[in-house]
Design a protein around this ligand. Structure first.
Ligand SMILES: Nc1ccn([C@@H]2O[C@H](COP(=O)(O)OP(=O)(O)OP(=O)(O)O)[C@@H](O)[C@H]2O)c(=O)n1
Ligand SMILES: O=C(CO)[C@H](O)[C@H](O)COP(=O)(O)O
Length: 435
């Protein structure tokens, strides 16, 4: 079947196009001018998430024990050219936000209080830069405004938005419309419909010369503050600035309904399972198995290394997934060594690490009591390391010299390993599976 090409027409893109498009982008990324002026960010996070319908506001809902807002902050904080990130939260969530900042070691964040509407919260965020007494929030040249509940924003787009804002005064991300926009009469009948190809959905991030957007908010009406939903409109209406519009990827969407939280989790899982490191151990049979596994795991980027020693730190830091091979009789020393390395390097602070411990059984079945002891020790280790954000799973595979049987076993081992890495299911840690 021929693969559909991604296009930038008015039609919505298939989410499947995303990876191909991203790869294209980074391959021929435009040589952007460096950002040599101060850039800051305002993340409005003062809403209550009524449409999600959960007791916790959506920005504080967790994915892998980490609140959504922390993912969004990280998307900005990792960029060296971005200075302060002002996070706007309601008064009652102030302490919760400070705890998140501390727990996930966010170093660029300044927390301020929000207002009763999104526009009021954003204006409060912008005012944080007016305080001459706060050296943490110097006035930027360009300010990026981005909803706290849009966690997937890439550097490419942020650069384009920032540079266009500096040039033009305002810029914003857009997407093709999924549905046609229609106007209804007061009696609930169709009045007229808009020509879909002419319109776009306005998304975030948006960028502004700080002075422009600040002035627009100073001039705008109570009606705008109460009912407005578009910062670009304020820049146009109150400062006469026509924003430059830039098409963004489908992952820019805003978490609005409960199902969006599940979609966000799926994207994070997919991203986390793109690579793995296989630790082969010293035995020849394990090294052979490592090679076959690497071949089978062709949808992932994999490295094979002999052991998890410090000299292999570069490989260990590249991924969140590890397949640790060992042969009968060996204990979990290698696994412990890795966990220690992760603790020392803070590797598990933002995302959980998966370790699939694969024990290659070379001998005849061990006696039942031995197996029970081993399982108990493995479970206890798994429940210990999960505290440090390490998900430990075990698979035992019986070695056989019968080629077809061995092939089938390794195929099964691959499938289970991929499923464990993709699902990152905390409830399955400490299980010792058999193939
Ligand atoms: N008074 C408000 C209202 C909204 N926001 C923020 O604006 C962003 C986008 O708004 P929206 O999706 O509407 O969030 P909520 O208002 O929380 O959701 P809902 O409308 O479903 O209640 C969110 O990050 C939200 O926290 C804010 O900072 N202050
Ligand atoms: O896309 C946006 C602005 O262009 C905003 O995210 C959107 O308008 C927020 O609106 P609401 O709070 O009603 O969901």
């Amino acid at each position: 079947m021929q693969q559909e090409r991604c296009s930038s027409s008015d039609r919505p893109l298939d989410p499947g196009c995303l990876q191909a498009r991203d790869a294209e982008r980074s391959a021929d990324r435009p040589a952007c001018a460096p950002v040599d002026f101060p850039v800051a960010v305002v993340l409005p996070a003062g809403g209550s998430g009524e449409r999600v319908g959960l007791p916790t506001p959506k920005q504080f809902c967790t994915i892998f024990n980490r609140p959504l807002i922390s993912y969004t902050i990280q998307a900005f904080e990792r960029l060296p050219w971005i200075g302060t990130v002002v996070v706007v939260v309601s008064k009652e969530n102030h302490d919760l936000m400070l705890n998140i900042v501390q727990k996930f070691n966010h170093t660029k964040v300044n927390v301020v209080h929000g207002g009763t509407t999104r526009h009021r919260s954003i204006f409060n965020g912008l005012q944080a830069f007016c305080s001459t007494s706060n050296s943490l929030t110097p006035k930027p040249k360009v300010v990026i405004i981005h909803d706290a509940v849009r966690p997937f924003v890439e550097e490419d787009l942020l650069l384009k938005i920032t540079l266009a804002a500096k040039e033009q005064g305002a810029s914003g991300a857009i997407r093709p419309l999924v549905s046609t926009i229609i106007a209804t009469s007061s009696e609930g009948y169709l009045d007229h419909s808009l020509e879909r190809a002419k319109y776009r959905a306005s998304e975030m991030p948006q960028g502004f010369l700080y002075d422009i957007i600040f002035q627009a908010y100073q001039r705008c009406s109570e009606f705008d503050f109460e009912f407005g939903s578009e910062c670009l409109h304020l820049a146009l209406q109150y400062c006469g600035v026509n924003a430059k519009l830039i098409e963004g990827p489908p992952t820019l969407w805003k978490v609005t309904y409960k199902r969006d939280l599940a979609a966000a989790e799926a994207i994070i899982k997919e991203t986390l399972s793109r690579s793995a490191c296989i630790i082969a151990g010293a035995e020849a049979e394990a090294a052979e198995l490592a090679k076959t596994l690497q071949k089978n795991l062709n949808m992932m980027e994999t490295d094979v290394i002999p052991c998890a020693k410090e000299s292999n730190a570069e490989y260990l830091s590249k991924t969140q997934n590890f397949i640790h091979l060992s042969t009968t009789g060996s204990n979990f020393l290698g696994v412990l060594e890795m966990v220690k390395h992760f603790e020392d390097t803070d590797h598990t602070r933002l995302y959980p690490v998966v370790i699939v411990w694969v024990q290659l059984n070379m001998t005849k079945q061990s006696v039942d009591s031995q197996k029970t002891d081993e399982l108990a020790a493995f479970r206890s280790l798994a429940s210990e390391v999960i505290q440090g954000n390490v998900l430990l799973y075990g698979i035992q595979i019986e070695h056989t010299k019968v080629p077809e049987q061995w092939e089938r076993s390794v195929e099964r081992l691959t499938q289970i390993t991929v499923a464990l890495i993709r699902d990152r299911n905390a409830a399955l840690t400490g299980q010792l599976l058999h193939v």
